[in-house]
Design a protein around this ligand. Structure first.
Ligand code: GCO
Ligand code: MG
Length: 402
């Protein structure tokens, strides 16, 4: 089998998606997600100018070798842009292999380990009351795990809270907007949100929260400790993860489980976190973390240290990534939970998917490969629109983490 061509499809049904399609001489093609929110065109350029020409003529069955060609073989390695391209190639090759062998992806990587994939959804509101009301609606829809984000008194706009009652989408058209942040107000408010939520929903619903990289280690330790009575499923990205040692401080002060790594792209971002058991869930998704080939290794390493997966699954990851993630989550033993923010209806015009939600779980069918297809004519109706994630400053104007 030989790769004869590959093309990059960029479309914007409500938001931007980048999809790699790899063609073979046997008429089989594979799809991979290459979406990197706000940096889509950088990945497109790397794929089109460097990766696609290098792929042509290779045998798509040799996934491990091709992965290392683009990773070890590249002198300038790692980084979100290049690793997203590698992820898309890897996903498309696994898709081809499944189609060629007429079997779903999960069968190629261990078979089924469970019946369905536990997911968590998002509930957010302008204040604690509205957030709790929204969470109540999610419980009625069948969700069993909910991430709570809320507007905070004294902060004009907070991460994770949607504007004008629309579904939450972080990237806005054009250049980056500025948001403002106040950690002291945030830390004083959040425990009261979870106290109210537990009083309202009792103990059976899993509650999660995303700090979005905004605390120092000692601030995060305080928050994690103060949230202990409300036994969160996890506290996500309590600090910016570049300083892995920073997690030691949080760990030594609290038993609140920690999830980290949606912005990571390599096992080398995790080695201290995993081997010192400083976290409980790895967040790095297939689309940004080198695809199925690399995540299988990271998940295996994590499993040795009792760490589970909890992949990023916001709407800026395409349905191709979501389907691949469900296969992956079905197959591995140390699956924990999957983030699930359903895409807008218009996305389903372009992507034909093979998964469905029922009573808190996602299920995938037996379509060979990843099982998602793209309607290129429909995709062409929605051309790329430049959009950016916000930047964040402290209330005195100091540049900060978003
Ligand atoms: C999450 C994430 C997202 C990101 C977004 C950036 O936990 O789902 O933090 O909300 O901010 O994916 O593009
Ligand atoms: Mg997050």
């Amino acid at each position: 089998m030989k790769i004869t061509d590959a093309k990059v499809i960029v479309c914007s049904p409500g938001r931007n998606f980048v999809t790699l399609k790899i063609f073979t001489d046997e008429g089989i093609y594979g799809l991979g997600d290459a979406t990197l929110n706000g940096m889509e065109k950088a990945v497109v350029s790397y794929l089109e100018n460097y990766c696609v020409p290098a792929l042509i003529g290779k045998d798509p069955r040799n996934i491990e070798d091709i992965w290392h060609f683009f990773y070890k073989g590249a002198y300038w390695k790692r980084g979100s842009v290049t690793m997203t391209a590698v992820s898309a190639i890897d996903m498309a090759l696994w898709d081809i292999k499944g189609k060629a062998l007429n079997t779903p992806l999960y069968n190629l990587i261990g078979g089924k380990s469970r019946n369905g994939i536990l997911v968590y959804c998002h509930a957010n509101g302008r204040d604690a009351e509205e957030t709790i009301e929204k969470a109540g609606q999610k419980i009625e829809q069948g969700f069993r795990a909910i991430r709570l984000q809320s507007g905070i008194p004294g902060i004009e706009h907070t991460y994770g809270v949607s504007k004008d009652n629309k579904p939450y989408e972080p990237a806005e058209k054009g250049l980056a907007q500025t948001e403002y942040w106040d950690t002291a107000r945030y830390l004083n408010f959040i425990p009261s949100l979870f106290k109210k939520a537990r009083a309202e929903f009792g103990d059976d619903i899993h509650l999660l929260h995303d700090v979005h990289h905004r605390c120092t280690p000692v601030e995060a330790a305080r928050l994690a400790r103060e949230l202990e009575p409300y036994h969160l499923f996890w506290l996500e990205d309590p600090v910016s993860g570049e300083l892995q040692e920073g997690l030691r401080l949080i760990r030594s002060h609290s038993t609140t489980p920690i999830a980290i790594g949606e912005v990571f792209n390599s096992v080398y971002d995790y080695t201290t976190l995993i081997t010192e058991q400083l976290i409980d869930y790895i967040r790095m998704p297939l689309v940004h973390g080198g695809g199925i080939t690399h995540l299988l290794k990271v998940a295996s390493m994590a499993s040795v240290y009792h760490i589970q997966t909890g992949f990023h699954g916001a709407t800026d990851l395409s349905p191709v990534n979501m389907a691949a993630a469900i296969h992956f989550n079905m197959a591995i033993n140390n699956f924990g939970i999957q983030e699930y923010m359903p895409h807008q209806e218009i996305v389903n015009e372009v992507f034909k998917t093979n998964f469905n939600f029922d009573k808190g779980f996602l299920f995938i069918d037996d379509t060979p490969g990843i099982g998602v297809d793209i309607d290129e004519k429909k995709a062409a109706k929605y051309p790329y629109q430049m959009a950016s994630l916000p930047v964040n400053r402290k209330s005195d104007g100091t540049m900060f983490y978003w």
